[in-house]
Design a protein around this ligand. Structure first.
Ligand SMILES: Nc1ncnc2c1ncn2[C@@H]1O[C@H](COP(=O)(O)OP(=O)(O)OP(=O)(O)O)[C@@H](O)[C@H]1O
Length: 313
């Protein structure tokens, strides 16, 4: 993957006609070939940001470059590089799959290219359904058709606005696989989601938007390493009133009214030696503190996200 930006968003602000400011000086670079997940609570501005980048809504200030093209002054050049999979399923119920996908390509003034459409439909496992009317398709198939429509004009960048909202777990996994294959074929993907699990599973980088502000942009791995800590909980045979001084050197806390000891350590130090667990267990034994059982857990992206969204300035 290269690190040259395929999209540059520069100090973008959007105030809607009623006076509501939906975006506040958002700056962001999307790297060519990555999967970028935009996370944020309801009303945070995710859809607004996508719509401004795609040129469907005008920014109040700031600018967007798509592959170096200003998305307002060079609208056509910018827009033809982008495919957008919208949130809602708004399709003519009686149109046939092939026709609706071909129509989408036509909207961009691209010449007919049955070979390309075949490739797209096959990659989405829609080839057998190409003569079907939309109304005869399952929800999952309909979503695939939306993706096929967005890919019909051969965009380099694909926006997916909550691609799996309201779909069952199986279909969600199925969509993830489709998105991964697209990325592997060289398409840059930007998706918005409410599902932390989705970002955790799919994204190379994650952006968190809150109240119109981009509060964080980070590599998923870095994020999980920096913020993800592991906890070891020991359920004690006898409750403790306080942590003995001999255990001071360990990062311990008492829980469950003295019935449990919670030890926190860095999740990136996964080997026994650097986690300090061996020393802790030795010290516990020396102190005569016995435990019934122990378990570990790692903070997930979900907790990281919740803490980010909660801690308002
Ligand atoms: N056309 C509009 N006129 C006025 N306000 C709007 C308009 N569109 C959106 N907003 C407001 O801007 C804010 C951001 O909306 P947006 O749809 O971008 O959020 P979102 O992060 O995509 O939310 P969700 O996750 O619910 O889809 C919301 O408070 C919304 O009410």
């Amino acid at each position: 993957m290269h690190h040259d930006p395929v999209i540059s968003v520069e100090r973008l602000s959007k105030t809607y006609a009623g006076g509501f400011q939906a975006l506040k000086e958002v700056s962001l670079e999307i790297r060519r070939g990555e999967i970028f997940a935009l996370l944020g609570p309801n009303g945070a501005g995710k859809t607004t940001l996508i719509r401004v980048i795609c040129g469907l809504v005008n920014a109040t200030s700031g600018r967007v470059l798509v592959d170096g093209h200003d998305n307002v002054r060079e609208f056509r050049a910018a827009r033809e590089r982008i495919g957008l999979v919208p949130q809602e399923l708004t399709n003519d119920a009686f149109i046939r799959v092939w026709d609706t996908v071909a129509f989408s390509r036509g909207l961009f003034g691209k010449p007919k290219d049955p070979d390309h459409l075949e490739k797209v439909l096959r990659s989405l496992s829609l080839w057998e359904k190409r003569h079907n009317r939309m109304i005869t398709l399952s929800g999952g198939m309909k979503r695939r058709v939306l993706i096929a429509k967005a890919l019909a004009h051969e965009p380099e960048i694909l926006f997916l606005d909550e691609p799996t909202a309201g779909v069952d777990v199986e279909l969600r996994r199925d969509m993830w696989e489709v998105v991964r294959q697209l990325r592997d074929s060289g398409v840059t993907i930007i998706l918005t989601t409410h599902y932390i699990e989705e970002a955790e599973e799919m994204a190379d980088r994650i952006g968190v938007i809150r109240g119109g502000e981009l509060v964080l942009v980070e590599e998923k791995r870095t994020l999980m390493r920096q913020l993800g800590s592991k906890e070891l909980t020991l359920h004690l045979r006898e409750p403790l009133e306080a942590i003995p001084a001999a255990l001071d050197r360990h990062a311990l806390a008492l829980a469950e009214e003295g019935h449990a000891l919670v030890y926190s350590y860095d999740a990136s130090e996964d080997d026994e030696e650097s986690s300090g667990i061996a020393e802790l267990l030795a010290d516990l034994e020396a102190e005569g503190i016995g435990f019934k059982d122990l378990n570990t857990r790692q903070s997930s992206l979900e907790e990281i996200f919740v803490s980010l969204v909660k801690e308002r300035p």
